[in-house]
Write a protein that binds this ligand. Structure first.
Ligand code: SAH
Length: 220
């Protein structure tokens, strides 16, 4: 009974996060931070059914590259990434339950411009204003810095109302990135990696972002 109730709460909070802006989500958790723990208990339960965790793929990527790369983990959850690599990692989420996590809306981080080598979004492009998170990543990344995105696969399946991955990649390219990897081989998530272009006078106006549909989890 208790598990059922908390599963219901998880699905409700999850839907809220996918249908509001980051700013609204920040206020939502500020009013009741216990909802954040409820969300993460449910999230971990869902993840335990995934054969592979995307965060582990990102951890492997970082381990295969220089540990001197400075990382920003946008929407870090329990900061598993920071705990498993030697790199300096700035971890951001809406609520901080750990001194290493900086609580903020990730469209507005305290990082300096051009200060980061790798920006990570692992299942965290949740808000309806997700493009402003990617703009923030572009701001804080150094030229040639990497942008690593792992997202729920169904959100990029046009056959079931998901976004066209080509349109999504094109929008990110227009923001000032080059695509370096598109991996659709995993059943549960896609990996889309990019590299920031050098200094260019880019305009953010006129970029056509697709809508990313919410990832709603089924009752198990
Ligand atoms: N990256 C982690 C957690 C994924 S869950 C992992 O792979 O395990 C998605 C996380 O993104 C949640 O913890 C949620 O609170 C966070 N998030 C969503 N929108 C955010 C925002 N606007 N600012 C900061 N964090 C956000």
């Amino acid at each position: 009974m208790r598990a059922r109730l908390s599963g219901g709460h998880f699905r409700m909070i999850n839907e809220k996060l996918y249908t509001c802006t980051g700013d609204e989500a920040l206020n939502y958790f500020k009013e009741d931070p216990s909802l954040f723990d409820m969300y993460h208990t449910g999230y971990q339960e869902q993840m335990s059914h995934w054969p592979e965790q995307p965060v582990n793929i990102i951890i492997q990527w970082l381990k295969a590259h220089s540990s001197s790369l400075v990382v920003a983990d946008f929407g870090c959850g329990d900061a598993r990434l920071a705990k498993n690599v030697k790199n300096k990692v700035f971890s951001f989420d809406l609520v901080s339950n750990d001194p290493s996590v900086i609580a903020c809306d990730m469209s507005n981080t305290p990082l300096d411009a051009s200060s980061i080598d790798v920006a990570v979004f692992c299942l965290s492009l949740m808000g309806t204003n997700f493009s402003s998170y990617l703009e923030e990543a572009h701001r804080v990344l150094k030229p040639s810095g990497r942008l690593l995105i792992a997202e729920v696969k169904s959100r990029f399946d046009p056959n079931t109302g998901g976004a066209d991955p080509k349109m999504f990649s094109k929008a990110i390219s227009d923001l000032g990135f080059t695509s370096t990897l598109k991996d659709f081989s995993n059943k549960m998530f896609v990996l889309l990696y990019f590299q920031k272009k050098g200094k260019e006078n880019l305009t953010r106006k006129g970029i056509e972002w697709p809508e990313l549909k919410p990832c709603l989890y089924k009752r198990r």
